[in-house]
Design a protein around this ligand. Structure first.
Ligand code: PGA
Length: 264
């Protein structure tokens, strides 16, 4: 299926810090990163997703910055007896713009099902938070030749019932689980194939325009030395970066390696 080249799509590079950094480390990172970002001349949106406990300090430190704030999770209920959980409204009140939903670590370690992921996506979007929806296959699924089946199931479950308008506030991150934190990134070709496939699923669910406008990030061992190659694939519109986003200079190198050009 042919789509218009992705030059018009929004490019997004996001840092997923996972369970790392206290408030002091967060402030230190942001002041170093703000300095690094001063000379960046690339039309990409940069998002930093600290843990919940550091969101407030991150928001304060990012006030003068173009860098957007993201959270790593949310609950799908508005409020109530859900010990340990955080609602969309709480995130909004902190100035959070994006929220990661359905990360494989949430699915794997915290039992998040496709159904829970779908509820979180809907709650985030109806609360004016932009969603970074994660999808990806395990190594045994890839080896078993069911990568596309898994991606299709995850994407269809998470996006069912959304409108084209909702889709304008949603980004998909393709994150093959075997590449996360392993140092073994997908090849640019593997990433491109998966992204093009996800785009075709979205075209089938919505239409070609929605699919063509959808930002699809790649995540899984993105590093300063492999980012440019991955990001130069036609359907790769950004990156979701874990380990290599924990140091300001390394994350800045990834942002600076963006091949998207000044008018993308
Ligand atoms: P990684 O993590 O860059 O450390 O592989 C990516 C992610 O889990 O989002």
């Amino acid at each position: 299926m042919l789509f218009k080249r992705g030059n018009m799509r929004k490019k997004i590079i996001a840092a997923n810090w996972k369970m790392n950094k206290d408030i002091n480390e967060t402030s230190d990172f942001i002041s170093a990163f703000n300095t690094e970002m001063k000379d960046i001349d690339c039309p990409i949106e940069v998002v930093v997703c600290p843990p919940f406990t550091a969101l407030y300090v991150a928001a304060k430190n990012l006030q003068e910055s173009q860098v957007r704030l993201g959270a790593q999770n949310l609950h799908f209920e508005d409020d109530g007896a859900f010990t340990g959980e955080v609602s969309a409204r709480m995130l909004q009140s902190l100035g959070v713009a994006y929220v990661i939903v359905g990360h494989s670590e949430r699915r794997q370690y915290f039992g998040e099902t496709d159904e829970v992921v779908a509820k979180k996506v809907k709650k985030a979007l109806s609360s004016n938070l932009k969603v970074i929806l994660c999808a990806g296959e395990t190594l045994s699924e890839r080896d078993g030749g069911v990568t596309e089946k898994v991606l299709e199931r995850q994407v269809k479950a998470a996006l069912g019932g959304l409108t084209a308008q909702d889709m304008a506030n949603l980004v998909i991150a393709y994150e093959p689980i075997w590449a996360i934190g392993t140092g073994r990134n997908a090849t640019p070709q593997q990433a491109e194939e998966a992204h093009a496939f996800i785009r075709s699923v979205v075209a089938e669910m919505f239409d070609r325009d929605v699919a063509a406008a959808l930002t699809i990030q790649y995540g899984g061992s993105v590093k300063p030395d492999n980012a440019a190659q991955l990001l130069s694939q036609p359907d790769v519109d950004g990156a979701l970066v874990g380990g290599a986003s924990l140091k300001a200079d390394s994350f800045a190198k990834i942002v600076k390696s963006c091949p998207f050009g000044k008018t993308a």
